[in-house]
Write a protein that binds this ligand. Structure first.
Ligand code: SAM
Length: 229
């Protein structure tokens, strides 16, 4: 299973993940957008959180009344997420499996699928399965929200791609964790996702990632997608 050991080690001895238990501002902004601009009611949603980590987003969504399932490969992260759900009385369901393998869900059974900086760890074969599976399980009027590492204008990505490149296109190996990550240019992101989805909104944002107590400025894509035809 892809990079499972690296992620498990990361959760046991964190160098990268923060352990925060609340959604980040960009995700709250997205939820406001779907409520205010698209007129959708989260409380009625069935939501799939890909790479749910310690449940910061999945548990929050479940607390708001949505029916939420998180898929995650790290046992440690799943246990933390489940404990937090219990503490706050959220009925979030967590499943241990890779988001790069076929999903155990019916066709068109989710209103919202979120991938918050998780699929960057997939290889190209897994990415193809992830894309077709999200398309399959998303309702025709469903929404797919992706936060992905952006290559454009990111000096750290440029440095890593040059000095620590991985085997596949636009991948590098993070020296601190040995995690292989994929970064996306705007054109690549559009080309890859357009096979299955239409882009409703795409913005580039900047944020700081902390690794071993050092801060690195990184660029991210925040993208709202809907199923294509
Ligand atoms: C950067 S963390 C983000 C966690 C969470 N989405 C959040 O916003 O807090 C990436 C997460 O994806 C998980 N992950 C990475 N590859 C995965 C895979 N193939 N299948 C399932 N989970 C995966 C990692 O274990 C980790 O929890």
């Amino acid at each position: 299973m892809a990079q499972k050991k690296v992620w498990e080690k990361e959760y046991q001895n964190p160098k990268l993940v923060t352990g925060y238990d609340k959604p980040q501002a960009f995700f709250l902004k997205f939820l406001k957008y779907i409520k205010k601009d698209l007129g959708l009611n989260l409380g009625n949603f069935r939501i799939l959180d890909l790479g749910s980590g310690t449940g910061r987003n999945a548990n929050y969504l479940a607390q708001k009344g949505a029916q939420v399932i998180g898929i995650e490969i790290s046992d440690t992260a799943i246990n933390l997420a489940k404990n937090r759900a219990k503490e706050i009385g959220a009925e979030t369901k967590y499943i241990k499996q890779s988001i790069g393998e076929k999903y155990p869900f019916d066709d068109k059974s989710f209103d919202l699928v979120v991938d918050i900086t998780s699929s960057n760890s997939l290889d190209e074969n897994e990415r193809e399965i992830y894309l077709s599976e999200v398309f399959r399980v998303l309702k025709k009027d469903g929404i797919f929200f992706v936060r992905a590492l952006c290559k454009d204008g990111d000096k750290n990505a440029k440095f890593l791609l040059k000095n620590n490149s991985g085997k596949e296109k636009d991948t590098y190996i993070m020296p601190e964790t040995c995690l292989v990550e994929r970064v996306f240019s705007k054109d690549d992101f559009i080309q890859i996702y357009s096979k299955y989805f239409k882009i409703l909104k795409m913005e580039k944002t900047e944020s700081y990632s902390t690794i071993n107590n050092r801060q690195f400025k990184r660029n991210f894509w925040l993208v709202t997608l809907i199923p294509g035809q």
